[in-house]
Design a binder for this molecule. Structure first.
Ligand SMILES: *Cc1c(COP(=O)(O)O)cnc(C)c1O
Length: 762
């Protein structure tokens, strides 16, 4: 393996010196060594690469590099190809890093113009005084560091480092209040002085205001708009939960009609309750695995929406246009719409569309997602005749930002939304004391995704996901060939490489990482199982990886044998692996831009461990010790396979996966709008009731099974009869949960009580 030598460990001072002559006795060798010494004397840490390979490795591994000093005669290559490759590799990752070429003055006229453009200057090894060279490098590093800092983080760091005394909130005044008590001191030491000194408030005029969009904070929002392709962007420090409510109250007046994706986050329900809106729902498909697919295009046409509005009890007879349509893009499982097509379909029916892109902040930065996200292209090129488009993104979910960091992006269409009007809603939901570390982290995420960084970081996450997907697919193929079993991945069985149709596992990784067609949900393909699609309508985001366990057929029927995914999830949890979510026969893993190279290797080992323990029916006392300790009577005498088989059998007997499917397939009857249901909640109406007594009642709160996390009932909708789909499902899952303590299903709005499940009804 190629190696780099490092002298010194000062982070943020690393300067990569690429020179294969460094240890030579020649005069260039001596000059390069003098340069190395002088850099060290100037508090820079030269990282030495003696070969092209070592240079590539250092560029890839060290995001802290502050400059590149590159020997133009690397490996004495007269064509300078080696040096140019190093330069290109650097520029693919970093457009701004200062670069100096080590050369002789005679070589200078022959350096091609495109190389000159990429370099910041020359170091004439045999002529320049090293003192002079180091000073120039230091100055370039200083300028580079300033240019790196996005507006708000730059101003914050400067202020927090320079300000001496604070007489304003927060009352801990830069952390000093914590130092006055032993517990406070521990807190201070744990999080460190910097975070606390940077915890400032709106009283610091120099940083501007999140509520007025002034100063460095306003600049940061404008920078984000540029990077994320919006006409305007707003930071929200209370998550996309709040961002969605902001869009709601900015768009929907009391009692107006709204077209809502049934696959919507809780915050959409809250938006409905806040505005008193009359919802008509857009019902997405579900597949055999219980995954929520896209809303079919046929239900987005003008005619379908007119029919939907006319036939729903809450919206019939209201002849006004809907004020807002909400589409979740991408879904939790990683399905993303062709947003251009969705806009085109919805445009005749509605003037404002909210794409809830809580999981999709990365889309704009990789060509793989072209056309499948809301803020496409140049905001100046927006369609003034089209609908106004909002996108809300949880910057913290798949980019790098602190929890609760979120943004609202918007692009105005034919019905403008003036900044002053929008801002009233923003302020209605925002705190007057936003957390400045969250704002700074949102700002940093713009800087990270700007320029080459965005594509690089997203490409690396995609490449890791592809590697994991292919590895599992190969392992599965190998086991199946021997008549054995293994886990699968929810992805196309075959992809096209030119005219060839090849198994996913054998496709060139580069093709999978770059071709949108490989991830398209082609109409009729049975791996995804969603009906009613058109070509190019929907895409699977490769970084959302759904691992499948055996047991569920593509026809939606249980197979003869199977392993419920919650069993695997428990096993992984006891081995320190926490997935994103677990369904009946599938587990979702996220490959965010934070994924480290090869991290998935330990996941593959854990899967193989599970298989070994399962096949050997390893006693649960060893395979799942924590579960056994919590419920010794239920599990103490069983093995892993026995438990899996018992769970699978109970799934078939109770039939709860199928019953959930049935319950989701039809919309329940609404009795009142969500806002009225909420009003009654406040007035203390209704009461908790067991399943039998829920029949005929109206849900006071939403009933939401996790996963998939989409409402079975919205507040104000009816439970139906005891043998209707909703109560049949709840009864089945109640039976299963009683039989398998520790594996209980999480259903929001349903309380497990002594006598059985209960919910609040009117
Ligand atoms: C997580 C999520 C939200 C809420 O985002 P937070 O940043 O957690 O508040 C909104 N919509 C969808 C679809 C989500 O998955």
């Amino acid at each position: 393996m190629a190696r780099t030598e490092q002298t010194g460990k000062r982070i943020g001072r690393n300067v990569l010196l690429v020179c294969d002559r460094l240890h030579e006795a020649s005069s260039p060798g001596r000059a390069a060594r003098a340069l190395q010494e002088d850099l060290t004397a100037h508090e820079l840490s030269p990282v030495i690469a003696l070969s092209t390979a070592a240079a590539h490795e250092a560029i890839e591994a060290d995001p802290h590099l502050q400059a590149l000093l590159l020997d133009w005669d690397l490996h004495q290559d007269p064509s300078h190809t080696q040096a140019r490759e190093v330069l290109d590799a650097l520029r693919a990752r970093n457009a701004k890093l200062p670069v100096f070429l080590l050369a002789t003055r005679e070589a200078a006229p022959h350096v091609p113009a495109e190389v000159m453009r990429e370099a910041d200057g020359f170091i004439w090894l045999l002529e320049d005084s090293m003192e002079f060279v180091s000073t120039r490098i230091l100055e370039a590093v200083r300028r580079y560091r300033l240019a790196l800092l996005p507006p708000m983080f730059g101003a914050l760091a400067k202020f927090a480092d320079e300000a001496e005394y604070s007489w304003h909130t927060p009352g801990h005044t830069g952390g000093s209040a914590f130092l006055r008590s032993p517990a406070g001191r521990m807190f201070h030491d744990y999080f460190g002085e910097k975070l606390l000194r940077a915890d400032l408030s709106i009283s610091v005029a120099a940083l501007g205001s999140l509520l007025d969009h002034t100063g460095p904070i306003g600049d940061a929002e404008r920078y984000a708009a540029y990077v994320f392709g919006a006409q305007r962007s707003y930071f929200v420090t209370n998550g996309t939960s709040t961002a969605n409510r902001v869009v709601f109250t900015a768009s929907v007046a009391r009692g107006e009609t709204v077209l809502a994706d049934r696959n919507a986050h809780k915050s959409i329900e809250h938006g409905l309750a806040l505005t008193g809106a009359r919802p008509a729902y857009l019902l997405p498909y579900r597949n055999h695995l219980g995954m929520i697919g896209p809303i079919p295009p046929a239900s987005l046409t003008r005619e379908a929406i007119a029919h939907n509005l006319a036939s729903s009890r809450l919206t019939a007879g209201q002849d006004a246009r809907p004020a807002l349509a909400i589409v979740t893009n991408s879904t939790y499982d990683g399905l993303c719409y062709n947003a251009a097509r969705v806009e085109e379909l919805l445009s005749p029916s509605v003037d404002r569309i909210l794409f809830d892109e809580a999981w999709f902040g990365h889309a704009r930065f990789n060509p793989l997602y072209e056309n499948h996200y809301a803020m496409r292209g140049d905001p100046a090129g927006r369609d003034p005749a089209g609908p106004t488009i909002f996108a809300t993104q949880s910057t913290h979910k798949l980019l790098a930002a602190l929890s609760q960091a979120s943004m609202v992006h918007l692009r105005e269409g034919r019905v403008p939304i003036e900044a002053v009007r929008f801002n009233e809603s923003l302020m209605m939901h925002a705190s007057t004391s936003p957390n400045y570390a969250i704002i700074a982290s949102t700002d940093i995420s713009s800087a990270m995704m700007d320029g080459a960084g965005g594509q690089l970081l997203t490409s690396e996450a995609i490449a890791e996901a592809v590697a994991f997907r292919q590895t599992v697919a190969r392992l599965q193929a190998g086991f199946l060939e021997k008549g054995d079993w293994f886990f699968g991945v929810w992805q196309p069985d075959f992809v096209r490489d030119g005219a060839l149709r090849i198994p996913f596992a054998d496709a060139p990784p580069q093709l999978l990482a770059s071709s949108q067609a490989c991830w398209a949900l082609e109409p009729g393909a049975d791996w995804h199982g969603f009906a009613g699609l058109e070509p190019g309508y929907c895409l699977l985001d490769p970084i959302k990886v759904t691992l499948t366990t055996p047991g569920m057929g593509r026809d939606g029927k249980l197979e003869a044998q199977g392993i419920p995914a919650p069993l695997l999830a428990h096993y992984l949890a006891e081995h320190g692996i926490t997935p994103e979510k677990t369904a009946h026969f599938s587990i979702l893993f996220l490959f965010s831009i934070g994924v480290t190279k090869g991290k998935w290797g330990s996941l593959v080992s854990a899967l193989l461990d599970f298989k070994r323990d399962y096949d050997a029916n390893t006693p649960l006392t060893r395979a799942l010790p924590a579960l056994c300790a919590a419920h010794p009577a239920a599990y103490g005498a069983l093995g892993l396979k026995e438990l899996g088989q018992a769970m699978f059998k109970a799934m078939g007997e109770t039939g709860y996966p199928e019953k959930l499917q049935e319950a989701y397939n039809a919309l329940p009857l609404p009795e009142m709008i969500p806002a009225e249901a909420h009003d009654r909640l406040i007035r203390g109406e209704g009461g908790m009731a067991g399943l039998a007594a829920l029949a005929g009642g109206v849900a006071a709160t939403a009933i939401v099974p996790y996963p998939p996390g989409i409402p079975l009932l919205m507040p104000g909708e009816t439970f139906g009869t005891l043998d209707g789909p909703v109560l049949r499902y709840l009864a089945a899952v109640e039976r299963f949960d009683r039989q398998f303590p520790g594996f209980g299903h999480d259903t929001h709005g349903v309380e497990p009580a002594e006598g059985g499940y209960r919910a609040l009804r009117y």
